[in-house]
Ligand binder design. Structure first.
Ligand SMILES: Cc1ncc(COP(=O)(O)O)c(C=O)c1O
Length: 340
């Protein structure tokens, strides 16, 4: 039986080419700054975004949480969308690591407007309110169904950040998915944001790793925090080599994941057990079910056919396409979806 894993784009295994690159990596002790491959990855990402510096982290959560810690002091407020990964899926890390408060905006599938940021900025002269310190954007937005931001709105938010002296962070775990669909470049994003986190271990297919990029001063502070979090690694070049390989070889592949997701979305729209499919813009398909199934019974039924996915709320399912979800798996999944 064919098996198809649609739980997440994090389930991919390294390809032969990637494994070879990892095996051939030159390594050293990165805590001494001596791992040439980690240094190469950090330089590469900083150059891509036209930033002064970058730092390898073990995960996307770590990269985001370090950024928030650098940008805030306890009691400050982080402005983000109500669907944000930093709020929902980072274990309460904003409170745990930074002691910061959160202002959730009611956006459209994870995207908010500059006017919403303005309206939610706290008057710093009023001692009742937490000090608004930073804005965090997620592109693409996971819980928003892989939604894409309009770059002109991101620019307007930058202007609001300038006006109110707010730091501007991008959770770009899936930014390369966004870049594959839009005309902007990584450098365009680098120009806009004070800090950007990217994940190598999602659509790009590396086994481990994220990179945080920003100014030299920001990354110097970030390195201290990574150390305190126990996130400074030694011969991490073996992992960084996978990241370099992923950036060089897998960015063009992302568009294929998007095509597959769109196909799945279309098939789902035609099924009687599907109530609604969120617009499919990248590699994530979120859909809700009619009374025929709830999320658990639907997933159980799918698993009988070797297809796995995750529940994403009441009667709601998420599919994520990725490098290891082949054309054959797509055809098979379509057949099964049509006969459920
Ligand atoms: C938007 C977003 N940000 C950050 C992360 C965290 O990445 P990691 O699982 O590597 O910590 C994820 C993981 O799914 C994510 O979807």
């Amino acid at each position: 039986m064919i098996k198809a894993d649609l739980r997440s784009d994090t389930v991919t295994k390294p390809t032969q080419g990637m494994l070879q690159a990892m095996m051939a990596a030159k390594v050293g002790d990165d805590v001494f700054g001596e791992d040439p491959t980690v240094n190469e990855l950090e330089k590469k990402v900083a150059a891509l975004f036209n930033k002064e510096a970058a730092m390898f982290t073990s995960s996307g959560v770590m990269a985001n949480q370090i950024a928030i810690k650098v940008h805030t002091q306890p009691g400050d407020e982080v402005i983000c969308d109500k669907l944000s990964h930093i709020y929902h899926y980072e274990g309460g890390g904003i409170a745990f690591n930074s002691g910061a408060s959160v202002r959730l905006l009611n956006g459209d599938n994870g995207r908010f407007t500059a006017d919403q940021v303005k309206a939610n900025f706290n008057d710093p002269s009023n001692v009742h309110f937490p000090l608004s310190r930073m804005v965090s954007v997620e592109n693409t937005c996971n819980k928003g169904g892989g939604s894409l931001w309009d770059f002109s709105e991101l620019k307007k938010i930058r202007e609001v950040c300038n006006e109110y002296k707010l730091q501007y962070h991008l959770d770009g775990a899936r930014l390369f998915n966004a870049l594959a669909e839009t005309k902007e470049s990584a450098a365009d994003y680098g120009k806009l944001f004070d800090s950007i986190s990217i994940c190598l271990s999602k659509g790009l297919g590396a086994p481990v790793g994220s990179v945080l990029t920003g100014s030299q001063t920001f990354i110097d502070k970030a390195r201290r925090i990574r150390k305190v979090m126990g996130g400074a690694m030694r011969q991490a070049g073996f992992l960084a080599a996978a990241g370099i390989y992923a950036l060089d070889h897998h960015r063009e592949e992302l568009i294929k994941d998007h095509q597959k997701a769109r196909t799945l979305g279309k098939v789902l729209e035609g099924q009687s057990y599907v109530k609604e499919v969120k617009p499919v813009r990248t590699n994530i398909v979120i859909f809700s079910l009619t009374e025929k199934y709830d999320e658990n019974s639907f997933l159980e039924k799918l698993s009988e056919y070797g297809i796995t996915a995750v529940p994403f709320g009441p009667s709601t399912i998420r599919f994520v396409t990725h490098l290891d979800f082949s054309d054959e798996m797509l055809e098979y999944t379509i057949d099964i979806l049509k006969k459920l």
